[in-house]
Ligand binder design. Sequence first.
Ligand code: SF4
Length: 193
Amino acid sequence: MQKPRLLLHICCAPCSAHVIDLLKVDFELSAYFYDPNIHPEDEYLFRLEEMRRFSRQTGLPFIPAEYDPDRWFKLTRGHENDKEGGERCEICFKMRLERAVQFAKENNYNYFATVLTISPHKNATVINRIGLELSEKYGIKFYTADFKKKDGFKFSLQKSKKYGLKRQNYCGCIFSNTQKHGTNPDRTKRKRF
Ligand code: SF4
């Protein structure tokens, strides 16, 4: 029997490894990379290429979307000083998930989902609420989950090691980077497995 098609929004390769293993059992997956929150551009390109390489390794169709950071900055204006987990993140989740559901709708997917809840820093209740609102708006099913549960985050670390993936040291936007590492952060300090 043919599996339902699911468009999986991906923020970076290390966060995707365990979620892909879980979902590929029941779905025909495609990896969708829409992350204009990632700054600066060389960091975006690093994460994009790491995911392209990992998709090739796992045999997953890889769909990179446009990189439009200007739109991200416009939408999050006024929230530069929000702490991670605050309103800026809600706007950021919604922007990325809405682009994913639009692509899913245009390309006849049965479901859309995101790997974002694998992170211990991400609130699954907020992400699932946004996903369900978009599901209602666009008429495509959203796969609700909290992937960090049942040792999900621990497995994601183990799988990053297994697949040789590099984990960055900040969430993605320039504000999360400076809040964590100060005004002159060293983005090259990725954890190497
Ligand atoms: S901290 Fe992460 S989720 Fe929050 S706005 Fe920045 S990139 Fe988006």
